[in-house]
Write a protein that binds this ligand. Sequence first.
Ligand code: SF4
Length: 469
Amino acid sequence: MKQTSEHFKAHVTAALADPTLKIALNRTTTLLRERRAQVIADFGEYAAAREAAQKIKDHTLDNLAHYLAMFEANAVASGAQVHWARTPKEATDIVTAICKAEGARSATRVKSMLGEEIGIGEALAAAGVERIETDLAEHIIQLAGDPPSHIVMPAMHKTHEQVAELFREKHAQPSNSDEIAALVESARRELRPKFLNADIGISGANFLIADTGSIVTVTNEGNAELTTTPPKTHIVTVGIEKIVPSMAHATVFLRLLSRAAIGAEITQYTTFYNGPKRAGDADGPETMHIVLVDNHRTEMLGQFLRPMLRCIRCGACMNHCPVYAAVGGHAYGAVYPGPMGSVLTPAMSDLKSTKDLPNACTLNGRCNEVCPVNIPLPDMLRSLRARQHQAGLTSGMTRGGLAVWGWLARRPGLYRRATGLAMFAMRVWSMNRGRIRRFPMAGNWTRHRDLPQPELGTFMQQYNRRSRK
Ligand code: SF4
């Protein structure tokens, strides 16, 4: 069954009851956090690079139309065909029309979240084009019939033992070993002939470079080059926010992206594509199409969600989010999970069907801290909560509670007396055991753990007492 954001709480309950998922998430998020911390500590210019990246993105977003027009002119001059799509449907219609015109029966594909966002898999299937995912993790989830659970590590929800079992069931010549190297070899045997026989290669792009009309892909497996070079046609689907003014600007992001994403100084393959094959080139596609997709991005440009368009899809916010690390990506029921997804999904759909997502956050601020382009995710999640409240989407109990709290907060004397009384009542309530095992209106908390006995005195009383010392 397809998971949707509307059933977030049910997905969370199921995810928390899955011990294998917990092992898979722990292994990978811990490794990625440790690696990132080390590589950032070794990168003396990190703060300056982060600030520069934010400024470049903000400048580009301020002049988005100018840079997109420059990109289009330069990409066309280098021989590519540029298409514009306002919606996911327009984008997939363009892709399937190209496939049809080429008489394509199969398409290899490099992992791209934009492709997931526009539903390229479903569109190719409806057009009768076989889709072959070439990224190792995407290959795994295609065999398993799963959606991606992370934007950089789409198979993060699987342990390598599960992958070994899957390959034994689905591969033509599987390995008997569970070793990772043997699994990679098995995938290589399976995918290699498909790379060479595909009619179309589809990729996304990590960056678009305005002053050269180039696109940039950043991968670790070399599958982007094998996807985009042998077929006659290369199609790129990419969000318009991926644009940067020049090659020099792109290098600022290249230094940040792999460090934030996988804790490495640079990825194995960074490729710049400038149009299709030219006379005298040994290889390359004969035609290259670039589909520039909006899908609510220009709406976000004009509102509080604008900083979200700085996102370079590194996934660091997910790796450092305690909620993501506990429930995994599928629970969010959306293409983009974790903190950035909890902002993007409501922005790309509606507040009502996604109302649990902005609330799936402890506001601890780690996501903002590790974001290489300094996106204030907690602020935006708070703004989305406020908008939900203004739109009447919060529960009666929440609205009532907030109304009482608001009334008291405007009367400080009464507020102090009320909180003092509440603390006293809670201490009496927990007198016997030193903790509270059941508490009215806090059942979701006390069902799983005890509430600690409150301290003596309110926060302000303790603060005043300590400041006097
Ligand atoms: S919001 Fe920041 S940390 Fe999260 S994926 Fe985007 S760039 Fe990376």
